[in-house]
Design a protein around this ligand. Structure first.
Ligand SMILES: Cc1cc2nc3c(=O)[nH]c(=O)nc-3n(C[C@H](O)[C@H](O)[C@H](O)COP(=O)(O)OP(=O)(O)OC[C@H]3O[C@@H](n4cnc5c(N)ncnc54)[C@H](O)[C@@H]3O)c2cc1C
Length: 443
């Protein structure tokens, strides 16, 4: 019989065990995990960068996120705020379009997954701020729009203007597939009126725009009026500078979680926008929304996997230190079981997100339903795991002396952010339908 490569297969007791053979393990086997759990060996460059990112998460993002959480929204963005130092240090890490463009698609997808997970491990609000900051330029690159890329360097802070005061969930649903049957969208708040050589923008985006009051460039969704009145289902996507005449900002938003993340309104009053800032006109609107949401939903999966992992790690440490009833609480079976369920959920979140990013990042066309599955699963898991971690901290978890109550608030926001999870599931369900089959059956 031919020798097989399986470790230990066919070996006699006297043979030296081949590498990986159970005979080379300790008598009581126990295997430590890696920085990201049961992760197969990463390429060396990515593994090294992950270590750098983990240090950045623990030494810079986590402590600064806690400081920013306790500040007013105005203090968070004041000239002397530690936010700006984080932003500088983040840019020094070299996470930019040039580096990403130099990678093979599969490597880039893995790198993205790890970068955003590690940022989320440090602080979810800051991770979202850094991600939103790159979105206009990243999507311009996806569309191959060199003029926009040259106009807006990726060091400029960007934002994503979607939600409007009268339109939250429904702005994420341009095909109206999640809408109540017979429901009417009503009047859009932000309208781009197309002329021969320019667009005139009027209206506003809601206070939820991440980086809304500090961004220099925006990737903006708006209803398009090409002569027959504004049509919310045939909108357009612009990438525009936020210093054009007629643009003003609201007050930074005060909210429950992700308080390090600046948010606020953007107002447009007869803003004249040259046509060169159109990334996707009405004919490309559905494609652009599909592309942007596929990217954004998947990255939300990474950030909130990172947050869940951080909460799990903190709870695991605490369970070894805190003694009750004469023993470290990890000796109590209920605590071990809770920790185990937290661990397995973090592994599931990571496995799903890595898989979705790998698929969406290497296929010619991404699957939005896969991005939605990652976003919903990982934000739900982040909420459950941060809540369980707080339970392990007992009363201490409720105090501001420990970071758990903040992490729980950060996770709670994620179930609304980037589309409420309920809406994403309704829309996701429509992507599972095979319309051709339904038509053939006469449905
Ligand atoms: C931390 C954070 C960051 C964000 N960042 C940005 C950003 O960068 N840019 C931006 O533009 N926006 C951003 N948002 C806004 C976010 O996308 C919206 O809050 C979200 O889409 C929900 O809209 P809404 O808050 O208006 O809720 P609504 O749409 O008013 O929904 C309220 C409730 O009604 C339910 N509901 C609504 N419609 C339906 C339906 N058809 N079927 C069933 N239930 C329904 C929802 O599930 C929800 O429970 C952010 C939000 C958060 C929390």
């Amino acid at each position: 019989m031919a020798e097989t490569a399986l470790a230990g297969d066919g070996a006699r007791a006297s043979d030296a065990p081949p590498p990986g053979s159970p005979r080379s393990w300790p008598a009581v086997p126990r295997r430590a995990l890696t920085l990201s759990g049961a992760e197969a060996r990463l390429p060396d460059t990515i593994a090294e960068f992950q270590q750098t990112l983990r240090r950045f998460a623990l030494e810079v993002l986590r402590p600064t996120g806690i400081r920013l959480d306790r500040m007013t929204p105005e203090q968070v963005i004041a000239a002397d705020s530690p936010y700006w130092d984080v932003r500088r240090q983040y840019l020094d890490l070299g996470i930019n379009l040039e580096t990403l463009a130099g990678m093979e698609p599969a490597e880039r997808a893995l790198m993205f997954s790890i970068v955003f997970e590690e940022l989320g491990y440090g602080d979810a609000g800051l991770a979202i701020s850094m991600g939103a900051a790159l979105l206009p330029q990243y999507i311009s690159a996806k569309f191959g729009n060199q003029a926009l890329l040259q106009r807006f360097p990726d060091t400029l802070i960007g934002c994503w203007g979607i939600t409007e005061p009268d339109h939250g969930s429904d702005t994420l649903d341009p095909s109206a597939s999640a809408a109540r049957p017979g429901g009417q969208y009503g009047r859009p708040n932000c309208v781009a009126t197309f002329g021969a050589d320019k667009i005139v923008l009027n209206g506003q985006k809601s206070a939820w725009v991440s980086n809304g009051t500090i961004a220099k460039v925006c990737i903006l969704y708006c209803a398009a009026d090409t002569g027959a009145g504004p049509d919310p289902h045939r909108g357009c996507v612009l990438v525009l500078p936020l210093d054009l005449d007629g643009i003003s900002r609201g007050k930074p938003l005060d909210k429950l979680g992700q308080r390090a993340l600046n948010q606020g309104e953007i107002y447009f009053d007869n803003v004249e926008v040259p046509l060169q800032y159109v990334l996707a006109g009405p004919e490309d609107y559905a494609r652009a929304v599909y592309c942007i949401h596929s990217e954004a939903n998947s990255l939300m999966g990474s950030v909130f996997t990172g947050l869940a992992h951080a909460a799990y790690d903190l709870a695991l440490d605490y369970a070894h230190e805190r003694r009750q009833g004469g023993a470290p609480i990890i000796r109590h079976q209920s605590v071990q079981t809770r920790l185990f369920h937290m661990y397995r959920k973090v592994e599931m979140a990571r496995a799903l997100t890595r898989r979705v990013l790998a698929f969406n990042g290497t296929e010619p066309m991404p699957a939005l339903q896969a991005g939605m599955a990652a976003k919903i699963s990982c934000t739900q898991i982040a909420f459950e795991v941060t809540s369980d971690a707080l339970q392990i901290f007992g009363g201490n978890g409720l105090t501001r002396e420990y970071p758990l109550e903040k992490m729980l608030r950060d996770a709670r926001a994620s179930m609304i952010e980037d589309g409420c999870n309920e809406i994403l599931a309704i829309k996701g369900g429509t992507y599972l339908m095979d319309h051709e089959r339904l038509h053939t059956d006469g449905d």
